[in-house]
Design a protein around this ligand. Structure first.
Ligand code: DC
Length: 224
């Protein structure tokens, strides 16, 4: 079974996708982490974030990998654990530019399809239901108000020891929403057959329960 979870930045996709994947013993693939890894590779190589050819040349087979950690999946970039390095404000501020590069997207989409293979998978991102896995069995589109998302990101940063001003986070999310949904290649868009869930006033358990419910209903009506 393939489950696609899409939605704007900080709508809670990865948090709930991880929990759902664990409950169902599915493989979890965080595609946002892959675009963040590409952005970190650009930074490590001193490349301009718009230098498509340079970035593509720097991404070699195996330069972006996921590894099972103690309780969390680790993101390995060029052989180093970059799980924290891909979530700094600098990477967050520049990932929209890197992820809008058509060549980078093509490379990541093909890697994502390869990773999904034929196993039970939950993949989260922006274009999973529309482009990466258009035949996914279940498609969820998570949304939340900008204020709710900014608050979550502020807490997220605080947990990582990063202080970032709330108003700045709010503006960053607004700008990223705009860039993610207005880029030419695979913009953020709800697939026609996706189930939309507004998480603004829901806690994590409630969102997980809502997604499990959609999956259970789908399993019941799917011919075995
Ligand atoms: O979910 P996130 O914030 O970690 O994603 C980081 C960026 O990557 C986001 O600004 C948009 C981009 N992205 C994308 O273009 N397509 C995806 N499938 C996943 C993320």
């Amino acid at each position: 079974m393939q489950v696609a979870i899409d939605g704007p930045a900080s709508a809670g996709k990865s948090t709930v996708a991880k929990i759902v994947a664990k409950k169902l013993s599915f493989i979890y693939i965080d595609t946002g982490a892959m675009y963040r890894a590409c952005t970190l590779i650009a930074k490590n190589h001193g490349l301009d974030y718009g230098d498509e050819a340079g970035i593509l040349a720097a991404i070699t087979p195996g330069s972006i990998r996921f590894e099972a950690g103690q309780d969390e999946q680790r993101v390995i970039v060029e052989g180093e654990d970059a799980s924290l390095a891909i979530r700094t404000p600098e990477i967050t501020a520049n990932v929209s530019q890197v992820s809008a590069l058509p060549g980078v997207r093509a490379k990541m989409v093909s890697l994502q399809r390869e990773m999904a293979g034929t196993t039970n998978v939950i993949m989260d991102g922006r274009d999973i239901g529309t482009t990466v896995l258009p035949h996914a069995d279940v498609k969820i589109f998570l949304i939340a108000s900008i204020a709710a998302r900014a608050k979550r990101r502020e807490l997220d940063y605080a947990e990582k020891g990063i202080h970032e001003d709330y108003d700045k986070i709010y503006q960053d999310i607004k700008l990223r929403d705009y860039k993610d949904s207005h880029r030419e290649v695979s913009p953020l868009r709800k697939a026609d057959d996706a189930v939309e869930i507004d998480t603004s006033n829901l806690n994590i358990e409630q969102v997980v329960a809502a997604i499990l419910d959609v999956i259970a209903k789908k399993q019941k009506i799917s011919p075995k």
